[in-house]
Structure formats: structure tokens, C-alpha cells
Ligand binder design. Structure first.
Ligand code: ZN
Length: 295
């Protein structure tokens, strides 16, 4: 899935008018809103998103953790998925996000109202979610309901509930507070390392290079991407997941499950390293293209 929010968000940013914005904002990839049956990934980790916008439920004895509220229209789909698995939406105690773009965080205000969960967000993404997108460095016209952050996270912070420990890795570039989540968790009798990639994409229009009169999208963005790729390469990964199903070939892996494979299809350390390397290659190529462009 190569088509995604960036295209439309870029159009919205370029258009810059509320009227056009509203029209653009209403265009969504069908895969973002098409339901799929929720499924189990490890003993306590479940997929509760759509065909491409990933949401994850982590079930603990002390209540549950939800990662990604997705679009403003997504909470109903996420809720149905949670309930279809036999869990209660009201048991969600903590809400986390992959990063502060509207396809991952616009549903947060509604989910927080419905569940009274605590919202925990990486430091540099906090102003964006609390302004409903207005403080985003690239998409300040893509607005959605703002949501109050209960706990500001910093790189390496742990989010703990009912014996589950998630680690928040700050992987900036795509947004300033983009967050890759990791957890070590039981799966069918053994412990596995899960990585949920926040994002590694350089969106169309992002400026990686600082030029007089044409500043970088934000100061230090290229160095941030470099740090992010170094960190991603270093993470131990058995179960490879991400903010979009397309990051980790979800639909192809689901097809294997439907054909009879067990849930070990989600264990894909080689696929993870290949994907990180491919995305780093894309980033370096784009950086080189921008550095080589005529001044
Ligand atoms: Zn994004």
C-alpha cells in the first residue's frame, strides 16, 4: 500500500483554504475505513484496526492499552473490533499513538471521552495533538478534535500496566515526536520482541535540506531521520508491526493465515531488517536528490 494520507495531506497543505481543506480531508483511502476481522498476534496483543490503519489492543489483568485512535471516524470500527474479540472498550486504561498525524490520532478525543483512559504522548508530538493538528510542522490545516495529554513521554520511557511494559522509542523525522513502541511479551510458550514502527516515511514535500529562503521542514529533520534509522536497525525484532498494515505486509501475511498458517506468520525478523534498510535507502536517495537540486 503505497498510497496514503501524505498525498492528500500535501494537497491540503498546498491548498491552504478551509473550504478546500474540508473537501480534501473527506477523501480517505478506502483501505483506511474498510473493516477487517480483528485477530490475535501474540498471547496478549491483538489487531483491532482497519485494512490499513493499524490499531493494537494489549490486554492485561489491570485493564487494556490501545495504540492508535486513527481517523475521527475510526473509534466505532475499533470498538466493534475490541468487542468482537470479547473484550470491553471501557477496559481501555491507556491510549497511545504512533505519531501525531490525523490518520493515527484524530479519534483520540472521542476514545478518551468514551473510556476515560489516560493519554500518553511523546514530548515533541504533544503540542500537535493538543492543538488538534494546528501545530504540525507540515500539515497545520489538517485539523481534528484536540485531546488533552495526561502524561508526556520522553525517549526511552516505559508505559506499564498489569505486568506489561511498553518502551517508547522516539523515532523523529516523520513527525517530531514519532514513536516506535517495543514490548517483550509471551507468545505460545516463549518470549518474543515486538516492534511497532511509528513511521519511516519522508512525505511528499518534506524539505530535508536547509537553503537560504527555503528552510528545512524543521531544523535538524535530516539528522533526526538518520538517528531514527540507526535506532530501528538496532532494535531486536521478532514480531514486526507498524502504524500502517502496509509497513509489514499485513494483508499478505493474513492471506497465509487464512490459507492455514498459524500466527507465527507475524514473526518476521528478516522482513523487518529488509524493510528498515529499504526505507533508509529511500530516505538517503531523497536527501541526495534534494542536496543535488539546483539552488
Ligand atoms: Zn504520518
Amino acid at each position: 500500500m503505497r498510497l496514503w494520507c501524505a498525498v492528500f495531506l500535501s494537497l491540503a497543505a498546498l491548498a491552504g483554504s478551509a473550504r478546500v481543506h474540508a473537501a480534501v480531508h473527506s477523501i480517505e483511502q478506502p483501505e483506511w475505513t474498510t473493516p477487517i476481522a480483528p485477530f490475535q498476534i501474540t498471547d496478549h496483543l491483538y489487531y483491532v484496526g482497519s485494512r490499513d490503519l493499524a490499531s493494537y489492543l494489549i490486554v492485561t489483568p489491570a485493564g487494556d492499552i490501545l495504540i492508535n485512535s486513527s481517523l475521527e471516524s475510526s473509534p466505532a470500527l475499533i470498538r466493534r473490533s475490541v468487542e468482537q474479540l470479547g473484550f470491553r472498550f471501557s477496559d481501555i486504561r491507556i491510549l497511545l499513538i504512533s505519531h501525531a498525524h490525523w490518520d493515527h490520532d484524530a479519534g483520540s478525543a472521542a476514545i478518551l471521552r468514551a473510556t476515560h483512559a489516560k493519554y500518553m504522548v511523546m514530548d515533541s508530538d504533544v503540542p500537535v495533538v493538543e492543538s488538534g493538528g494546528a501545530k504540525d510542522f507540515f500539515y497545520p490545516h489538517d485539523l481534528y478534535p484536540p485531546a488533552h495529554v495526561d502524561r508526556v513521554l520522553h525517549d526511552g520511557d516505559r508505559v506499564e500496566l498489569g505486568g506489561v511494559v511498553l518502551v517508547a522509542h522516539k523515532t523523529p523525522g516523520h513527525t517530531r515526536g514519532c514513536t516506535t513502541w517495543t514490548l517483550r511479551t509471551p507468545d505460545q510458550g516463549k518470549m518474543v520482541n515486538v516492534v511497532i514502527v511509528g513511521s519511516w516515511n519522508v512525505n511528499p514535500g518534506f524539505r530535508l535540506v536547509n537553503r537560504p529562503g527555503h528552510p528545512a521542514s524543521y531544523p535538524g529533520i535530516a539528522a533526526d531521520y538518520r538517528k531514527t534509522f540507526a535506532l530501528l536497525r538496532s532494535l531486536p525484532c521478532d514480531v514486526f508491526l507498524g502504524a500502517h498494515g502496509g509497513y509489514f505486509d499485513m494483508l499478505a501475511k493474513l492471506a497465509r493465515v487464512k490459507a492455514g498458517a498459524d500466527r507465527s506468520v507475524w514473526i518476521d525478523p528478516q522482513g523487518y531488517q529488509r524493510a528498515v534498510a529499504a526505507k533508509q535507502h529511500d530516505f538517503e536517495a531523497e536527501l541526495h536528490r534534494q542536496q543535488s537540486a539546483p539552488r
